[in-house]
Design a protein around this ligand. Structure first.
Ligand code: COA
Length: 257
């Protein structure tokens, strides 16, 4: 399944969606965002147990929203573009399986926001990330002001957004903006290994864990703890819970559905 600017691969429960506009450093114009949206639909319809999002070519993950396309937007058109971008980022955040951003190069503006919407971020040592919108006269508009704060904290998020700082992979790792940095030529293999490990875990429990963690950003502590209790006990209706605990008692490896 392929779109003009997004490619799609599904194998053994792992779906890889690649933003594929290398001549524009994978910048997200409207058709590419729509293709991304459809590709996420397709991934959800298949048995996706781990989703990898990355960029085509050797230079960029996603160099941001398409600046040329944005330049002449009216306020109303900008609202529609923001809505489209937010919809796609929200769909990644709420995708029913873990999403790994394989950050293989530049991840600026909307590209950084795409990485922020994922569950886990693994960077190539060549990656450079940043919410660079300030130097275009705007602010992050696809979730960056909200998700960056939650990931790296208020002080650092303000600094990165106010100065439009471009952060190399080592600093991104130190800031907690990415979870790991690996050699550029080992990124695919490393991420594939992670995705394979996730694909072997019990899917309902992973989804429940993701949803519960997401709720921690939306609820106060008391409601979040209530939410966790419901999610936890609900899993006792699944075959994977029975299998996981029976396998432990019988001293064997579990075979999840
Ligand atoms: N939107 C539209 N086109 C973009 C783009 C973007 N966000 N980022 C890069 N491109 C295009 C360039 O215009 C150029 O097109 P051209 O070959 O027709 O001139 C092509 O991609 C290659 O980029 P170039 O700038 O020549 O590569 P570089 O290696 O010298 O620099 C970057 C790479 C990423 C440092 C630089 O392109 C850049 O700063 N991009 C904008 C990043 C940004 O502000 N993103 C936030 C947007 S919200």
């Amino acid at each position: 399944m392929d779109w003009d600017t997004v490619s799609f691969d599904h194998d053994a429960g792992i779906t890889t969606i690649t933003v594929d506009r290398p001549d524009r450093l994978n910048a997200l114009n409207r058709p590419t965002l729509r293709a991304l949206d459809e590709a996420i639909d397709e991934a959800a319809e298949r048995d996706t147990r781990a989703l990898v999002v990355t960029g085509a070519g050797d230079d960029a993950f996603v160099a941001g929203a398409d600046i040329e396309q944005m330049r002449d937007l009216s306020v109303e058109e900008a609202q529609a573009y923001a809505r489209l971008g937010h919809d796609v980022m929200n769909r990644i955040e709420t995708f029913p399986a873990p999403v790994i951003a394989a950050v293989n190069g530049y991840a600026f503006g909307g590209g950084c926001e795409l990485a922020l919407a994922a569950d886990l971020r693994i960077a190539s040592e060549r990656a450079v990330l940043g919410q660079t919108e300030i130097d275009l006269g705007i602010i992050p508009g696809w979730g960056g002001t909200q998700r960056l704060v939650r990931l790296v904290g208020d002080e650092l998020a303000r600094r990165l957004i106010f100065f439009g700082e471009r952060v190399d992979a080592q600093d991104a790792d130190q800031y907690g903006l990415v979870g790991d940095v690996v050699a550029h030529d080992q990124l695919d293999e490393f991420v594939q290994g992670m995705a394979e490990d996730l694909a072997e875990k019990p899917a309902f429990a992973l989804q429940a864990a993701k949803e519960a963690i997401n709720q921690s950003h939306r609820m106060d502590l008391e409601d979040g703890l209530q939410y966790e209790q419901r999610a936890w006990s609900g899993l006792f209706g699944t075959a994977d819970q029975r299998e996981g605990m029976t396998a432990f008692v019988e001293d064997r490896d579990p075979e999840f559905e």
